[in-house]
Design a protein around this ligand. Structure first.
Ligand code: HEC
Length: 95
C-alpha cells in the first residue's frame, strides 16, 4: 500500500513491481477507464479489453504505447514500460 501511495504521489507508478495486477488496476482507473469502462466492463466506446487475446503481449504493448489509427491514443509520453506491464497483468486478470 505504501508503495502504491508513493507511486501515485510521483504520478508515474514507476516504482511498481512488474507483476502487480492491482497496481495495473489503479493505472487503468486513471488513464483507461474513461473509454474502456470501469473494471474492464466495456462501455461500447472502445475495444472490449476482456476480449483482447491473452497470448499477445507484444500487440498490447504496441497499441498502448503507440496508439492505433482507429482512435486509441498513444501513451508513451505518460506511461513507463513497467506501467504497461502492470496494465497487461491487470487486463489478463479479467478485471
Ligand atoms: C480516449 C479514449 C481511450 C482511452 C483513454 C484509452 N483507449 Fe484504448 N482504445 C480506444 C479506442 C477507441 C480503441 C479502439 C481502436 C482500435 O480498435 O484500434 C482502443 C483500443 C485499445 C486496445 C486494442 C488495440 C488493438 O491492438 O486492437 C487496447 C489494448 C487498448 N485500447 C488499451 C488501452 C489502455 C491500456 C488504456 C489506458 C492506458 C487505454 N486503452 C485508454 C480508446 C481509448
Amino acid at each position: 500500500m505504501r508503495r502504491l501511495i508513493f507511486a501515485l504521489i510521483l504520478g508515474t507508478a514507476s516504482l511498481a513491481h512488474a507483476d502487480d495486477a492491482s497496481l495495473g488496476r489503479d493505472i487503468y482507473k486513471d488513464f483507461c477507464a474513461s473509454c474502456h469502462g470501469r473494471d474492464l466492463v466495456n462501455t461500447g466506446l472502445a475495444f472490449d479489453l476482456r476480449k483482447f487475446p491473452q497470448n499477445d503481449a507484444a500487440r498490447f504493448e504496441k497499441s498502448v504505447l503507440e496508439g492505433t489509427a482507429k482512435g486509441m491514443p498513444a501513451w508513451k509520453s505518460q506511461l513507463s514500460a513497467e506501467d504497461v506491464k502492470a496494465l497487461w497483468d491487470y487486463v489478463k486478470s479479467g478485471g
